[in-house]
Design a protein around this ligand. Structure first.
Ligand SMILES: Cc1cc2nc3c(=O)[nH]c(=O)nc-3n(C[C@H](O)[C@H](O)[C@H](O)COP(=O)(O)OP(=O)(O)OC[C@H]3O[C@@H](n4cnc5c(N)ncnc54)[C@H](O)[C@@H]3O)c2cc1C
Length: 436
């Protein structure tokens, strides 16, 4: 077995793994990143770039329950379930329904709020340190609606959000059309979220952070981790390029994390994927001043440096099935219905990515195992870009034994099963470069 003498092996080169690797190398840790494919090409490649701090309500809600029967019937609707995947996703959906209890919803919402309110400051700080602030556009974002009934629902949504402490401004029809030109008159009004922002090139963000971490000593290897086992003084990983041992391991493998977690903790984490699509329109550089979402159509349009990105939809079809790009083209139809002038679709490219989703809509951010050698950062569902910088700060805090600024209890793995006594966190102080 090779003894690599790395402080830490990170599994997964998406926005979560790379941002953590960036933070840890800055703090002086010697990090090896293992990625089975190319860096930043998973869900983090094609997300909508929205720093969605306003999204503090869990997916599990009676409204989603009401839509479930329709999901089976409409392959191009905003929510779709591939019936062939039903036997696999059924337990996840049952947990989703169970999470609709008011108490569970409150816990999820409080957890989301906790992370989201710290997310934008964490990104601003990180990007400033990295000299990459130009990738973040502090323009706020807008949620618009078309029908009278949706307008009423939006106002109810505003009340719910303001109780939770999310700042939102209701915009009248005239204010909306003054601020955003080119929308059809039937777009009635909406909510403006001032404490949100967008990233102008999500893939470039991952790449730049990765390259900066490399300059600070990050090593990277293309290898797939198949599993692992505990050693007396570390963890042995079984990879496609052979076994390797590490003092500590961070699992940041997005939608693929569950088998690794099972192997090392015995806990079967109910992780599945909500597949999403985007359509990138390079000919649409000037269409919108900020990210605009549609309340009824459930998708977002984000102005990026490479054009306008239309993104959204949820599809339950697992990790293996081929993408159904009709869903991405469906986004163009929805967007065209919102503009007076049709979108330029020349050289448009569709894309599909796998959101890593847990049924309580909260990620796992944790440190456990003997001497706290196993770190976990996965399951960020619709909010992985939003929460990557704060997740990296929390991982560093957990690793250094500092009391984290955010209480991480709702993000613990133990909410999904009982850990062996030896896996309970010993809150030892562990300084960069030193053994705990
Ligand atoms: C259409 C769409 C729009 C979205 N819009 C937004 C948005 O606007 N704002 C927002 O905050 N979030 C958004 N998201 C969600 C966000 O993209 C994800 O939450 C985030 O990318 C997850 O990051 P990750 O690093 O956990 O996963 P990934 O980016 O998928 O990275 C995981 C990596 O781990 C690697 N890996 C997996 N298993 C192994 C293994 N065994 N060995 C080695 N490597 C492994 C994979 O190859 C992959 O590269 C969107 C998602 C989609 C699909």
């Amino acid at each position: 077995m090779q003894d690599l003498n790395h402080d830490l092996v990170v599994i997964g080169g998406g926005i979560i793994g790379v941002t953590c690797a960036w933070q840890l190398t800055q703090a002086g840790y010697k990090v090896l990143l293992l990625e089975k494919d190319a860096i930043g090409r998973g869900a983090s490649f094609g997300n909508a770039g929205h720093i969605a701090t306003e999204q503090v309500l869990p997916l599990a809600s009676p409204a989603v329950l009401r839509q479930l029967p329709r999901m089976l019937l409409d392959p191009l609707g905003p929510l779709h379930l591939d019936w062939r995947y039903l036997p696999r996703i059924a337990p996840w959906l049952c947990r989703l329904v169970a999470n609709m209890r008011p108490q569970t919803q409150r816990t999820s919402s409080a957890g989301l709020r906790l992370l989201n309110e710290a997310s934008l400051p964490a990104w601003r700080q990180l990007l400033q340190l990295a000299g990459l602030s130009q990738l973040l556009k502090d323009a706020g974002s807008l949620l618009v609606c078309e029908s009278d009934s949706a307008f009423a629902e939006l106002h109810h949504h505003l009340e719910v959000l303001s109780k939770i402490g999310v700042e939102a401004e209701p915009w009248s029809t005239s204010r909306l059309h003054q601020q955003v030109s080119g929308l059809v008159p039937t777009v009635k009004g909406g909510l403006f979220f001032p404490d949100t922002a967008h990233v102008t090139d999500p893939y470039r963000l991952v790449r730049q952070l990765f390259e900066q971490a490399q300059a600070k000593g990050l090593e990277q290897r293309r290898a797939e981790v198949h599993g692992g086992r505990w050693l007396a003084d570390g963890i042995e990983l079984h990879t496609s390029s052979g076994p390797l041992s590490a003092k500590r391991v961070l699992i940041a493998a997005g939608a693929w994390a569950a088998p690794l977690v099972k192997d090392l903790t015995g806990i079967r984490v109910p992780l599945d994927t909500e597949r999403g699509y985007h359509m990138m329109l390079p000919g649409e550089l000037e269409r919108l001043p900020m990210a605009v979402s549609s309340f009824e159509r459930k998708f977002i349009m984000t102005p990026m440096s490479g054009g306008l990105r239309l993104a959204g939809t949820v599809e339950f079809a697992g990790l293996q099935r081929a993408p159904d790009y009709r869903r991405a083209w469906g986004l163009v139809r929805h967007a065209n219905a919102l503009f007076t002038q049709q979108l330029a679709v020349r050289d448009a490219t569709p894309w599909m990515g796998c959101r890593p989703s847990l049924p309580d809509s909260l990620p796992v951010i944790d440190r456990l195992g003997p001497q706290g050698r196993l770190l976990l950062a996965f399951g960020h569902h619709h909010l992985g870009l939003t929460q990557a910088a704060i997740t990296a700060q929390l991982i560093l805090s957990l690793l250094s034994g500092n009391v984290p600024e955010l209480n991480p209890v709702p993000f613990r793995l133990a909410r999904f099963g009982k850990l062996p006594p030896s896996h309970t966190l010993h809150n030892t102080v562990c300084l960069p470069g030193s053994e705990s």
